[in-house]
Structure formats: structure tokens, C-alpha cells
Design a protein around this ligand. Structure first.
Ligand code: FAD
Length: 405
């Protein structure tokens, strides 16, 4: 069979490799001058290839449509991904949080391993070649139209055009248009794994401050919807960093509601324990100003902001601070409240939430239920996960299934 694949990113390369391994003639079209431009920038240039957790845990990290991935993850698991990359000459290592990276710490090695695989399986790669549209006859995909005006006929078409984020990498959402034109539903597209814009202007004063080991809670209209623990960062527009990016994946269904991001600066201590700790610290500096009493408790940059939020005058002597004031300080430390006014755009989003509706895709083959011979894989589908190598695992698994079938 002649298989045409549109998009030479993670899912497309995996689909091409697998389809060719199954003995098909494979044509891979990529509009960029090289394959895997987005892969190149993944994991800050190191490419977090997958996650070495137990296979069941993979599902826990998928945010949207995890049930759809059952066949995909079991047919081509994280372990199988790792074996394949080792086989293709890209040795891997496992780091904190089971994150898997190439031993070389260079994403280029992941791309070249795939390129070697494609070459060995005689996949014909066409670079600088943009696909403009699909050719469908009697609800059967039978070819593609190229930007040059040429048409290429094939027996099976796989769409792996990626999402909408970091458009300079080539992911400009073309696949969504292809899908819509042939009658597929595309769910609402929103940027995810993306920083938050924050209303409180004290964030600007904290710009550049990174907090480790903080507890965070996302609330929609006062209701807790997500909790996490880890690292975050203040920026000129609001907040970013791992716990913020992950939280952003969970706000999709709460748009229009009041969204708050609560930071517990001392998550290891209960309110009572923290009050005790503050009291002990205060006893060491009884005659100092309140403003000079928090050095052991907080990073320097945060102190003026916490003082402002506590409402205790900066120059009040520590020995004059009342129990109520101290408890107010403890409250601020346990619950620093930020108001989310929005998320940054697709330009800064790691992933696109939304995509081709998976209800119209066969989860065991990735084939469209509407158009025979048409397949979708990777980020173009309405699938997404948190950070940690899970999004690439989705691309590998769905790409594998599409190629295999
Ligand atoms: P893409 O990799 O986006 O590939 C789509 C390809 O299709 C592109 O090359 C594009 O040029 C091509 N294309 C599009 N339209 C056409 C057309 N009309 N004709 C021809 N070609 C076309 N995930 C992880 O798991 N680990 C990480 O470490 C990680 N880091 C990331 C860091 C950043 C900064 C970003 C933005 C994302 C990161 N991700 C990470 C997410 C990951 O990159 C994506 O999940 C993954 O690349 C999706 O693969 P894909 O093949 O579906 O799409």
C-alpha cells in the first residue's frame, strides 16, 4: 500500500517508520526544511522523550480523553518507546520524576535516531513541501494536494500536523482545517501548559523570584479544582514554572469563573506549627522592627510583599505585634492569593488543548470513523497531558498505531 503522511514531527516520523516497517511504500511530507523542528526545542533542547513510570500511571498524567489512549499506550508503551530509541542508536537515561532524556542531553540525537530509522525503512521524505488539502472520493481518502498544485494519490493518508503552539516550528493548525473540511468536529482550541497572567501588581515586584517546594491550589468560584506541589516562578506578567504550567491544563472547563491561584509558602507545616515557628523566630528578635524579622522565614524579595499583605506596619516592634496580627501573617504565608486574569497565548504554550474530536476516531487504529483510509495522530487530536514526557508519549503511541494500521 502507498501511505501518505502529512507532517514530519514526532507522530509523523513514528507513523512513517512503523508503516514502512509493515512493508508499505511511505511518503512523508514536511513543510519545513527539516524534520522535527518542534522536537528539537522540547525539554529545553534536551527532549524529554517519555516517562519511565508504570504504564498505568501514564493515564494519570493525561488531562484530556485518557480513555481514548488505552489501546495506544498498551500497543506502544513507554517501555517500547525506550527500547526503540536504544535500538535506533539513541541511548537514554532516566532522571528525577522518571523523565527520560537522551544520554547526550541533545534533542538532535532523538531526531537523528528517527531519521536513521526512516532511512533504513526506505521512507521517502519530502521537505519544504506543504500539503494544502486532502482528496476524498466517496468518503474514502485517496490523496493529497500540495501547495505547488501537484496532487499525490495514495491508499492511506495519515494527518500528523501537530497543534497550534510555537508556530515557528511549523505547527500552524493545518490539520484542523483538513479535518473540518471533510466533516470532522474540532473541539475548542486553547493554549495549555502555559503561564498565567495575574491581576495583583505585587507580582511585578517579585519578577524573577523562583519558589521551590510550595503547595499550590487552583480555585474556580471558590471551589478547589486542582492541587500540586513543586516549583514556580514570578514573571513580568504573572506566574510560570512547572506547577503553574500543569495547573493551566485544568482551567479549560472553568472559563468565565473567578480563578484564584493560592500559594502555600510553608506546605510542610500546619497553621499551628507555623504559628509556633513564627513565635519562636519573633522571640529571637523582640526589639527589632517587624520588617527585619522575617529573614529566616522567607526569600528576601518576598518579604516586603508579605509585610504588605499581612497589614502589620513594617516599623512596628516585634514585641508589640498582637496574637491576631501574628495569625494574620501566618494566614498570608499559608494562603497567598493571586487572581488569574488569563493565560498567555499559543506563542508561549507547550501544548494545544482541543483538536479533532476523538469520538470520531477509532482508538485502536486512529482511523477516521467518517472517512475510510484517513488517520489522525499526535497533537492534532483532542488529547493532552501534563509535562514529564507524556505529550510525546501520546505522539509516539498514536503515531505508531496509525502507522501500524
Ligand atoms: P509536531 O511535533 O508539532 O509536528 C507537526 C509537524 O507537521 C511539523 O513539523 C509541521 O511543520 C508539520 N506540518 C504542519 N502542517 C503541515 C502541512 N500542511 N504540510 C506539511 N507539513 C505540515 N512534550 C514532551 O513530552 N516532552 C517535552 O520535553 C516537551 N517539551 C516541549 C517544549 C516546548 C517548548 C513545546 C512547544 C512543546 C513541548 N512538548 C514536549 C510537546 C511536544 O513537542 C508535542 O506534544 C509533540 O511535538 C507533538 O507531536 P506532533 O507530531 O503531533 O506535532
Amino acid at each position: 500500500m502507498k501511505v501518505i503522511i502529512i507532517g514530519g514531527g514526532a507522530a509523523g516520523m513514528m507513523a512513517a517508520y512503523q508503516a514502512a516497517k509493515e512493508g508499505n511504500q511511505v511518503l512523508l511530507y514536511e513543510k519545513n526544511e527539516k524534520l522535527g523542528k518542534k522536537l528539537f526545542i522540547t525539554g529545553k533542547g534536551r527532549c524529554n522523550v517519555t516517562n519511565a513510570c508504570e504504564i498505568e500511571e501514564l493515564f494519570d498524567h493525561v488531562v484530556t480523553n485518557k480513555e481514548f489512549l488505552y489501546s495506544g499506550f498498551y500497543s506502544f508503551s513507554n517501555e517500547m518507546v525506550m527500547e526503540l530509541f536504544e535500538e535506533l542508536g539513541c541511548p537514554l537515561k532516566v532522571e528525577r520524576g522518571n523523565r527520560v532524556f537522551p544520554v547526550s542531553d541533545h534533542s538532535s540525537n532523538v531526531i537523528s535516531a528517527l531519521e536513521r530509522g526512516l532511512k533504513a525503512q526506505h521512507v521517502k521524505v519530502f521537505l519544504n513541501t506543504k500539503v494544502k488539502g486532502l482528496i476524498i472520493k466517496e468518503e474514502h481518502a485517496c490523496g493529497v494536494r500540495l501547495e505547488s498544485g501537484d496532487t499525490v494519490m495514495g491508499d492511506k493518508i495519515i494527518v500528523t500536523t501537530g497543534g497550534m503552539s510555537y508556530q515557528a516550528t511549523g505547527s500552524t493548525g493545518d490539520g484542523y482545517d483538513f479535518a473540518k473540511k471533510v466533516g470532522h468536529k474540532v473541539t475548542k482550541l486553547t493554549p495549555a501548559l502555559v503561564p498565567f497572567q495575574i491581576r495583583e501588581d505585587f507580582c511585578q515586584k517579585l519578577m524573577g523570584l523562583s519558589l521551590r517546594n510550595v503547595g499550590v491550589t487552583l480555585c474556580a468560584d471558590g471551589k478547589k479544582v486542582y492541587e500540586d506541589f513543586g516549583e514556580m516562578l514570578f514573571t513580568h506578567f504573572g506566574i510560570s514554572g512547572p506547577v503553574v504550567l500543569s495547573a493551566s491544563s485544568y482551567i479549560r472547563q472553568y472559563q468565565g469563573k473567578e480563578l484564584k491561584f493560592l500559594i502555600d509558602l510553608k506546605p510542610a507545616l500546619t497553621k499551628e506549627q507555623l504559628d509556633h515557628r513564627v513565635l519562636k523566630d519573633f522571640q529571637q528578635v523582640m526589639n527589632k522592627d517587624f520588617g527585619n524579622s522575617l529573614d529566616h522565614l522567607l526569600p528576601k524579595k518576598l518579604i516586603p510583599v508579605v509585610i504588605q499583605l499581612s497589614g502589620i506596619p513594617e516599623h512596628k516592634k516585634v514585641n508589640e505585634i498582637t496574637k491576631e496580627e501574628r495569625q494574620q501573617l501566618v494566614s498570608v504565608l499559608k494562603r497567598m492569593e493571586l487572581t488569574i486574569t488569563g493565560v498567555r497565548g499559543f506563542k508561549e504554550a507547550i501544548i494545544t488543548q482541543g483538536g479533532v474530536d476523538v469520538k470520531e476516531i477509532n482508538p485502536g487504529t486512529m482511523e477516521s470513523k467518517k472517512i475510510r483510509g484517513l488517520y489522525f495522530a499526535g497533537e492534532v487530536l483532542d488529547l493532552d497531558a501534563v509535562t514529564g514526557g507524556f505529550n510525546l508519549q501520546i505522539a509516539w503511541s498514536t503515531g505508531y498505531l496509525a502507522g501500524m494500521n
